[in-house]
Design a protein around this ligand. Structure first.
Ligand code: AN0
Ligand code: CP
Length: 317
């Protein structure tokens, strides 16, 4: 593996899960692999889990780590070519990327959808420039359209908790006051389509995701119906994708909040969320604190997913 931007690049899933299990059981077995190798983690957006878990994963592999928050202390970056740079951005991405490539062996990038241009977001304009101009392996720490390290951790978690070969997994939209990207739901749907699980997506009308990510999922607009018999409930908010509504919040209807009444419709389902989560918007206190909530082990598996992927990248150097 050189670049990692989608869970599709995990290749054979059984093998990927076996590699993840090995990493989880033997976290310090590959300390020599990363020796004198430097990881640069670059953040255009905030992070708690991705920052800490990826740094921990790299340290487990013996790597040195540099973390840069582009918006705190670095020069503000111009990202458009052809712009007369007489504004507040003193440096261009086209110099910054190859310069950063000189100081490291591997680059992780977080660059969310900006909701300014659907085309730029869905072409992964920022991430692709890192791949093209850095001269280094690049992995996504959530880009505009996907969050593959999160999805891989989610998949590892479902494998650990599932009680049947083919569990019913339901991804539900839930309300949120701000416009959030589609990266997490896109990526989760992409991952679920690679498995043999039964996969259902439920959301209000207007929140349809890109069909390329929905794949063979069943879309059910009645949330109660979708929840019936579910083994896993995966909650997430996203802003609208379709047409002129791209990036818009169409409603914040709290009838979609995941609560105990809805969880009672399921097959005693586990509750999952990538976090950070807004309580009593996305999910009630009661559900997230219940024994069926696995959000913390899910977050813990972010170290495992990052370390499994970083190890593959190091092996390719
Ligand atoms: C981000 C999102 O929804 O994509 C990050 C989630 C991992 N969430 C927020 O910005 C709240
Ligand atoms: N789940 C996740 O990626 O969290 P952070 O945004 O805190 O990194």
């Amino acid at each position: 593996m050189r670049h990692f931007t989608s869970v599709k690049q995990l290749g054979d899933l059984k093998e990927a899960f076996a590699k993840a299990r090995y990493v989880k059981e033997n976290p310090f077995a590959d300390q020599a692999l990363g020796r004198n190798r430097t990881l640069l983690m670059l953040f255009f957006n905030s992070s708690l889990r991705t920052r800490l878990s990826t740094q921990k994963a790299a340290m487990n592999l013996g790597m040195n780590v540099i973390v840069l928050d582009v918006n705190q202390g670095a020069w503000k970056l111009e990202t458009e070519r052809g712009v007369i740079m007489d504004g507040d951005r003193p440096e261009h991405l086209l110099e910054a990327i190859p310069v950063m490539g000189c100081y490291c062996d591997v680059i992780g990038v977080r660059s969310f959808a900006r909701f300014e241009s659907k085309e730029d977001d869905y072409n992964e304009k920022i991430l692709e420039q890192f791949i093209r101009y850095s001269g280094r392996p690049v992995f996504s720490m959530e880009a505009a359209t996907r969050h593959p390290l999160q999805t891989f951790a989610d998949m590892i978690t479902i494998e650990e908790y599932k009680k049947t070969e083919r569990p019913k997994v339901v991804m539900t939209w839930a309300p949120h006051p701000k416009a959030l990207p589609q990266a997490v739901p896109n990526s989760f749907a992409e991952g679920m389509n690679l498995t043999g699980y039964e996969f259902v997506i439920t959301h209000p009308e207007g929140y349809e995701l890109d069909p390329a990510f929905v794949g063979k999922a069943r879309v059910e607009y009645d949330q109660d119906k979708a929840f019936e018999g579910a083994d896993f409930i995966y909650a997430k908010n996203w802003a609208a994708y379709s047409g002129d509504n791209y990036g818009k919040v169409l409603n914040t209807d709290r009838r979609w909040t995941v609560d105990s009444r809805k969880m009672a419709l399921t097959n005693n389902a586990f509750f999952m969320h990538c976090l950070p989560v807004r309580r009593n918007m996305i999910v009630t206190d009661e559900v997230i604190e219940s024994p069926q909530s696995i959000v913390i082990p899910e977050a813990a598996n972010r170290v495992v997913s990052a370390q499994t992927v970083l190890k593959e990248i190091l092996l390719s150097l």
